[in-house]
Design a protein around this ligand. Structure first.
Ligand SMILES: Cc1cc2nc3c(=O)[nH]c(=O)nc-3n(C[C@H](O)[C@H](O)[C@H](O)COP(=O)(O)OP(=O)(O)OC[C@H]3O[C@@H](n4cnc5c(N)ncnc54)[C@H](O)[C@@H]3O)c2cc1C
Ligand SMILES: NC(=O)c1ccc[n+]([C@@H]2O[C@H](COP(=O)([O-])OP(=O)(O)OC[C@H]3O[C@@H](n4cnc5c(N)ncnc54)[C@H](O)[C@@H]3O)[C@@H](O)[C@H]2O)c1
Length: 478
């Protein structure tokens, strides 16, 4: 049974690699399929996290170098974009050393390169050959949603799949459409590398998943750097290769002049070519129907990663992998829960968000307190000049014997993604605020803000009556 496998995984991105490598490690006969060797690693390695974070790294160096002018240094000229893009490619190549077909074969996987589609209940077909699996995991990711605006054929439109091949964007006027994480991360990086950026976003705030007051700080920082941001705005029509008519609300707002467009308006799923109906996989509103075990309507076919239709992050794909592996090996089945999910938007400053969001807690009817603290009084924020930073923290309501748990929160600061990690740990482990309150932080680490917000919370107990009592008590004892 040469073409029969214990497991078949379609798609070698963040979701598919994790599941398949574990199966191969323990000696189960596992097949992984991806379109070509160059596709292995998926969006994250090829067109997503890795190239975008490498680009952001260089853009931050350039921006920091310019800031040194405040201290008498002189920095002139523009970065050499060919070199910047070479840096991006070089970083990808380092990771590609363990994300390629030969490496995966050495790890014990059978690798087939080609486009897979379903054949029958337990089989797929690739390049005319049928492969059968006891279980199949569909981890085919997502694709950029195309801009569907009249006149779009007139203009040069890039998306995350075409952008990283570009070497001549410097000096261009770029219209970024969509103010989600891709639009703001890439928009800021390109701005810092010498591109004039106008960001058009249809919602009332950039990064709509974030706390409004946190997103507003980033908005202001981006504008201060020179990004033009138009909220509640959409492209109505492209009227020439470098001209767009924009609508603001329901009225035509203005004409905008640009050289090219970067579309970052969300993701879509390419379901049409998978022949899902042959295996009884049902879809709903363009998504695969899955239950909380990530199981499709075919009980032996599961999803992992973006295609599962939940949050679209590499670490969400890793979370799916763990859930699937648990459920394939354990009688105690786990359901997908995002109660301890977290994410970071890698702008400068970063926004890091974790745990339950306000909307989740209201829906669950939880009793919670919302703490907010600006960083203007934090010594590290003072010396490193980020007094604009802010932390929003949700904790459960306390009581006489009821501890206050850390439920969720969001922070904006340079390196917020690192600073917030201990709060994520406390949230994941169900710790209460004393875990942070009782810590001794070396002075002046930036993460002391996590303790400061809790100290301020504890100090609320110091009412005038308590203060009077404490004064009397002290004088009585001493
Ligand atoms: C610009 C950008 C920046 C991002 N930054 C971050 C970040 O900083 N942090 C983060 O956590 N997430 C980030 N993401 C999201 C992250 O990249 C995705 O959530 C993640 O890659 C999803 O993994 P996946 O396995 O579901 O899909 P993918 O990684 O896309 O893998 C799917 C694979 O399936 C293959 N495939 C598709 N159809 C078939 C078929 N029919 N037959 C065979 N193979 C097929 C594809 O070739 C691909 O290799 C970013 C995304 C983008 C676009
Ligand atoms: N740091 C990270 O973890 C990171 C970075 C980049 C991307 N990602 C992942 O990739 C996903 C996709 O990112 P994205 O930014 O493309 O999508 P998104 O859906 O998160 O954001 C796109 C935004 O564009 C707006 N929009 C949609 N159509 C528009 C139009 N015609 N005109 C103006 N605005 C429009 C939407 O209101 C939306 O807020 C993210 O949701 C995230 O899960 C993660």
């Amino acid at each position: 049974m040469e073409n029969s496998f214990d497991m078949i995984v379609i798609g070698a991105g963040s979701g598919g690699l994790g599941v398949s490598l574990f199966m191969a490690k323990i000696g189960l006969k596992t097949l992984i399929v991806d379109e070509s060797d160059a596709h292995i690693g998926g969006d994250c390695l090829n067109y997503g996290c890795v190239p975008s974070k490498a680009l952001i790294h260089v853009s931050r160096l350039v921006s920091d170098a310019r800031k040194s002018e405040d201290f008498g240094m002189s920095v002139s000229g523009q970065p050499d974009i060919a070199k910047v893009m070479q840096y991006v490619v070089d970083r990808q190549e380092v990771i590609r050393k363990h994300e390629n077909a030969d490496f995966l074969r050495q790890e014990g996987l059978e690798v087939v390169l080609g486009r897979a589609r379903f054949h029958s209940s337990h089989s797929i077909i690739v390049n005319g050959t049928v492969y059968t699996g006891r279980k199949i995991v569909l981890a085919t990711g997502s694709s950029p949603r195309a801009l569907d605006v009249p006149g779009v054929d007139l203009v040069r439109v890039y998306d995350n799949e075409s952008l990283f091949g570009l070497h001549d964007f410097q000096g261009r006027k770029l219209l970024v459409v969509g103010g989600g994480p891709i639009g703001v991360e890439i928009g800021q990086a390109l701005l810092r590398l010498g591109v004039q950026v106008t960001l058009v976003h249809r919602g009332a705030q950039i990064l709509p998943k974030e706390e409004p007051e946190i997103a507003a700080i980033l908005h202001q920082k981006l504008e201060e750097e020179g990004m033009q941001i138009l909220l509640n705005t959409q492209v109505h029509q492209f009227t020439a290769p470098n001209e767009a008519l924009l609508v603001h609300g329901d009225r035509i707002r203005s004409k905008l002049d640009f050289d090219s467009v970067f579309a970052s308006i969300g993701r879509t799923y390419e379901l049409g070519s998978l022949d899902l109906e042959k295996v009884g996989i049902e879809t709903e509103k363009g998504k695969i129907k899955v239950n909380q075990y990530l199981q499709t309507t075919n009980k032996d076919i599961f999803t992992a990663g973006d295609i599962a239709g939940y949050l679209q992050f590499s670490h969400a794909a890793e979370q799916h992998t763990r859930l699937l592996l648990n459920n394939l090996f354990s009688p105690l089945k786990k359901k997908l829960s995002n109660d301890h999910m977290s994410w970071v938007t890698f702008t400068d400053p970063e926004i890091a968000t974790f745990g339950l969001q306000k909307i989740d807690m209201d829906r669950k009817g939880l009793d919670y307190e919302r703490l907010v603290m600006g960083f203007e009084d934090d010594d590290r924020a003072v010396v490193d000049s980020y007094r604009y930073g802010k932390l929003v923290l949700y904790i459960s309501k306390g009581g006489l014997l009821r501890k206050q748990k850390i439920l969720g929160g969001s922070m904006i600061a340079p390196n917020a993604g690192e600073l917030i990690q201990e709060l994520i740990l406390a949230n994941t482990m169900g710790l209460d605020i004393d875990a942070i309150f009782n810590k001794i932080y070396p002075y002046p680490v930036a993460s002391r803000v996590n303790q400061m917000i809790i100290v301020k919370q504890k100090e609320k107990i110091l009412t005038p009556t308590i203060n009077t009592f404490l004064r009397k008590w002290y004088r009585f004892l001493n």
